[in-house]
Ligand binder design. Structure first.
Ligand code: FPP
Length: 236
């Protein structure tokens, strides 16, 4: 969700105002995703590296997160959304962690869209914690090197239980990954939008989904193989 700072600076506003306007995009994109039947939506709201931003900006983001968790609570529960979080959430201040934990617990049995907030999240950090926990399991004799295939590896990731990643959208014209879902990206489609996140609303999101629908996902196969598989599936 990139471009909040630039959106604000272009208007002579403090960066925090860009994040605030970005929260409205969060609400709109989440509603749209649910309406069109997205199974799982993951929002990169705060990275492991974002802690190093100026203290006032970090504080403003934490305030916004708390506000969001309180103001969206009813809509999330009413719409059967399951709120989930990935990252080193124990690093969050108590005034964010508490409403987060409460909403996670209260929505745990919901079966609609899974809305995951990536908070204090880093892809490398996720891989390192997975390796650490696998090493611990190996030391205890609970995991052998031969058991360590891609499926077992995935079960140690914070995203364990989420469906495979289909599409990653990065806003604001930047074309990089910035430590997001590094393992899960393997076969994801990428969409880079020039729109700044605070302006990224329903129309911009639907444009990305339309682009995604035009892609041919081959997962290492040839185009002919994929077409054959598609036609078999259509006949079944
Ligand atoms: C990156 O843009 C954005 C962030 C670090 C924060 C994203 C947070 C929100 C959209 C609001 C709060 C989130 C929720 C879930 C309510 P940037 O600040 O790096 O933008 P810039 O590149 O233009 O400076």
């Amino acid at each position: 969700m990139d471009g909040n700072g630039r959106w604000a600076e272009m208007r002579g506003l403090p960066r925090e105002e860009g994040h605030r306007e970005g929260s409205t995009s969060v609400r709109e994109v989440t509603r749209c995703a649910r309406r069109v039947g997205v199974q799982a939506l993951t929002l990169y709201a705060f990275s492991s590296q974002n802690w190093a931003r100026p203290a006032e900006e970090v504080a403003a983001l934490m305030d916004l997160l708390r506000e969001y968790l309180e103001s969206e609570r009813a809509e999330i529960l009413e719409n059967g959304i399951r709120l989930n979080a990935i990252g080193e959430v124990e690093k969050l201040p108590r005034f964010v962690k508490e409403p987060l934990d409460r909403l996670r617990a209260d929505s745990a049995n919901n079966t609609g869209m899974v809305l995951t907030l990536a908070l204090s999240y880093g892809g490398r950090e996720e891989l390192a914690q997975a390796a650490r926990r696998m090493a611990e399991a190996a030391c205890k004799g609970e995991l052998t090197p031969a058991q360590l295939d891609t499926q077992t590896f995935e079960s140690y990731l914070w995203t364990n239980g989420l469906p495979p990643l289909d599409l990653v959208v990065r806003t604001s014209g930047e074309q990089r990954i910035s430590n997001f879902l590094l393992w899960q990206l393997a076969y994801a489609e990428l969409c880079f939008s020039d729109v700044l996140w605070p302006d990224f609303r329903t129309e911009a999101f639907l444009r990305c989904l339309a682009q995604y629908q035009q892609r041919e996902r081959r997962f290492g196969l040839t185009s002919a193989q994929v077409k054959r598989e598609d036609s078999h599936r259509a006949k079944a």
